[in-house]
Write a protein of this length. Structure first.
Lengths: 373, 373
């Protein structure tokens, strides 16, 4: 293969595929990026067996396609080399069977290549009718749920997010069994076949880094053992987690004894300050007590000190409660609610706490209380 | 003690003293900040036995001084609490012998205090005639020398920078025995007594974080076992390293066989790219070869590949050379030269390489070559 390409254009696309290379991969070929130059343009692919990323630079963005062909080269090295080259036209050329030259006006690099035939075959097939989501909607869905999934490999199913689609209702759930996040969306079109899959959360976080906050479309192609996201010039594939996700629908009550309405920022800041006098060993426990419209949030570490925060709320139901919960979980649940006012829905000191965005009925955050009273 | 003070003002000064608290200090009292409230204002002090920092908030910047007094309180906790409080007036008050209250409109913290009498006595005496330096000049001096000092505790003397003042000539030197940085400055006034001290480099780096890039004066007060820097409302004290710094004056030759003049950025970028194909195990070795006005910089890692960079230079002496050196050391020497063009002065492949800023005769960077030819 031989081509001439502007440094900035190649760099932009290397920035995408480099995220598919994990630094600690012990299989050398998985530290490589595959280049495939055709008359239509240049494809770059990376994979670490968990995710695969493919990107395309179309022919019109390439200065000169001299000779089509494939090569497989160390991802880290080609990334760093192109990154440090000046923004001018660079020439990439296979000079022997196993060496490529990368050169610009003053620089000339030669890199040993790997055998193209050893690179894993990545099947990036597509569905006829992919599910369409707006980029912003998808990013929001990720931010509002993924943090609640578990990081403990002892229950692998909970280390992913559950994506369920029935007709045109999409439901995304994450839980680590102490808290739960659920977002429900209505799709424009009904799906051909209902969906119920678990996507590893760490892969979703990688996808999120590639999603630019634009008003763009993302195509979701769902298969038995993988999901493919297509957007801009990028194809992102993640494996799925095998197994049955727990049925969480009965966890969320429909009726509540107590409804508190409170400003999001004010509540967040009070919890954030109270969390200063908590520690991990005690599950970052803080207490919340109502006295009609006055809420007191408190915590303490005996050897250090204590804190009391007061806020005015609208105690719609006029009932009082005292309840304890993890400040860390509460802060994470509040972080992406993205509204002015929230509702705290309570049924008693040992019953789940529900947090809702008043403007978005599709979003539910649930936290289990901690017994201290 | 009892006072009212704006959050932003207290925060600014806590930001200074927090740098004097090291996170891994095993002596609990050294994790504390001492507050001393007098009718003139509030003093804050921190120390970790290696450095001490004291800052002063004058009375006019404090809302209300209700009751003078001292307290000693956990630095990390008071810092985080004040940082998370809203920017309004906060009240700090000793409520029992060993508890203080920190409160703003909605928040009320109580922190246990330590015994004031247990806090180390820090003697921040002053000289009658301190040495005066401009902040920018001092920051520059630090950037251009401190990186060359050693990080290996096996030769403690080399883990500091050597500050020598004879009459009105200030000379600052750092070396790890493979490279050396030296900066010479002329002071406005002669010093009363000649100076020859070694300041720990890690303390100098902490000082540097506190020095704001302003056209301000810094006072240097030098004693047998400590140095005190006074600037703005801050007093920064560092211990000195005991011992005799090696005489480095004979290391730097006066005459050179070869003089190369080259653009700093161009040279830096070429070395930076060539360094991609080096590794630590091989001391990041790169080669430089001249052919009259053409310089070739090259390096290779056999299993990965190789690189050649070409640059035009002005080979003043018309003699040619090939020489090898550490790209890491060269990049660090070039980083703060702060000029358009530099001079490389050479005497042969096993003789020191001297790098000079053409516009600043007081600055010398020296790197020992690595024998590869």
């Amino acid at each position: 293969m031989k081509l001439e390409i502007k440094q900035a254009i190649l760099m932009e696309h290397l920035n995408y595929v480099i995220k598919g290379i994990s630094s600690k991969n012990l299989i050398p070929i998985l530290n490589c990026i595959k280049f495939e130059l055709t008359n239509n343009g240049l494809f770059l692919t990376s994979t670490n067996n968990d995710i695969s990323i493919k990107t395309f630079i179309k022919e019109s963005k390439i200065e000169k396609i001299v000779k089509c062909g494939d090569m497989v080269v160390s991802g880290r090295y080609i990334y760093d080399i192109v990154r440090k080259l000046p923004n001018e036209i660079i020439l990439i050329e296979e000079i022997f069977d196993s060496t490529i030259a990368i050169s610009s006006s003053n620089s000339s690099f030669k890199l040993n290549c790997n055998n193209v035939s050893e690179y894993p075959n990545i099947d990036l097939e597509e569905n006829k009718n992919p599910i369409l989501l707006n980029t912003k909607v998808l990013k929001n869905l990720i931010h509002q749920t993924v943090f609640a999934s578990s990081t403990q490999e002892s229950r692998p199913i909970l280390t992913g997010i559950n994506l369920k689609i029935v007709d045109n209702l999409l439901e995304c759930t994450a839980t680590d069994s102490y808290r739960l996040s659920k977002k429900v969306l209505t799709l424009k079109d009904k799906v051909d076949e209902n969906v119920n899959i678990i996507i590893p959360s760490k892969n979703i976080n990688e996808l999120n880094k590639l999603l630019v906050d634009e008003n763009n479309q993302v195509e979701l192609h769902i298969f038995n053992n993988k999901i493919i996201f297509k957007f801009n010039d990028i194809i992102f594939m993640s494996r799925l987690i095998n197994g049955t996700y727990p049925d969480t629908s009965k966890l969320i009550p429909n009726d509540f004894k107590i409804t508190l309405k409170v400003g999001l920022n004010e509540f967040y800041d009070a919890i954030d300050r109270a969390s200063l006098l908590t520690n991990e060993a005690d599950k970052n426990t803080i207490k919340l007590e109502t006295n009609q419209n006055l809420v007191t949030i408190s915590s303490n570490i005996p050897e250090i000190g204590n804190v009391e925060e007061k806020i005015e709320v609208n105690n719609v139901t006029k009932e009082d409660i005292h309840i304890s919960f993890s400040s860390k979980y509460m802060l994470e649940a509040l972080r992406y609610l993205d509204c002015e006012e929230i509702e705290l829905l309570l049924n008693g000191e040992v019953k789940p706490i529900i947090i809702k965005n008043i403007e978005d009925d599709g979003l539910i955050q649930l936290i289990l209380p901690i017994r201290t009273y």
